[in-house]
Ligand binder design. Sequence first.
Ligand SMILES: [Zn+2]
Ligand SMILES: [Zn+2]
Length: 352
Amino acid sequence: MKALRWHGARDLRLDEVPDPPQPGPHEAVVEVSWCGVCGTDLHEFLEGPHMIRTGPHPLTGAEPPLALGHEFSGTVLALGSEVPGIEVGDRVTADPVWRCGVCYWCLRGEYHICPKSGSVGLASAGAFAERVTVPLAGLVRLPDNVTDEMAALAEPLAVGLHAVTRAGVRPGDNVLVVGGGPIGFAVVLAARLAGAAGLYVSEPLKERRERLLEIGVTEAFDPGGTDVRREVFLRTGRIGPDVVIDATGVAALAGQAVATVRRGGRVVLAGVGHGNIEVDMGQLVFYERAVLGTLGYNFDIPRVIDLMSTGRLDASPLLTGRFPLAQGIGVFGDLTADRARHLKVLLTPKGL
Ligand SMILES: [Zn+2]
Ligand SMILES: [Zn+2]
């Protein structure tokens, strides 16, 4: 089968590889319909490895070269064990996180922070391929009214849902989202579902701000020309937002988020980042502010599918492009050269 494999930074290849083997007891094999290109994939492409390990992964044993792709939908080809409610031939998406299943965190259901955890498409061969091996425990059967294309968007939306859940957004809250890329967009959609009254976004790219206004955010600020902290302060009765969610992973912006959130408010860091955050202790202690990290999702993908199926969540504005897998290398080049044009792009091995 064909697979778009990461061989190293700036080295993606459309390789001919063997089909996945018969699934082990905790695995399933899925025939891929669509798979989304994630910011993580672009980082691995540009200057990886970051999440990809150069040696064998401690849990899966996989090592590069391997196919990227962890935001997918498709049809079940083979099940390693029986799963209630899922049969071969069913349309599915999957939570792509491999987990050990026996550690302290896995036993508490916090599989997403299992020390050995890793994702399909980073810790094992991914879904930029015709077929992919996925964790059996992650399979989610798709209702008839959720298309394969929309289901491939469930994973990034689950990141937003998890961040908003971590933030404890309540009906009537004022929320500021820093960064209007795919994850910021997903956070906005989830915050609206949680009942946010004022929904503000800070995003430097004009195209993204326009798109955010189209889906109904209260205001989208250009941090280049605006004092976002002051503007949100003034629009919230000189109180400040109840919640600030960072979707950039930029340490300097995380520090600003602490200074921006209201007294007693919560900052949630959803962007994948490193480095020191400069925060005055007094900004936290005297004003009872909380800062939380959030990683990926924890049983959030089935909730996203339910929200889509019941008509509560329209993910379509997130989707800006669909291409054949065979054009994948060019698509990665375009996405890294011009961030303004697209939010979420899907690839299909099946042809358009
Ligand atoms: Zn992703
Ligand atoms: Zn574990």
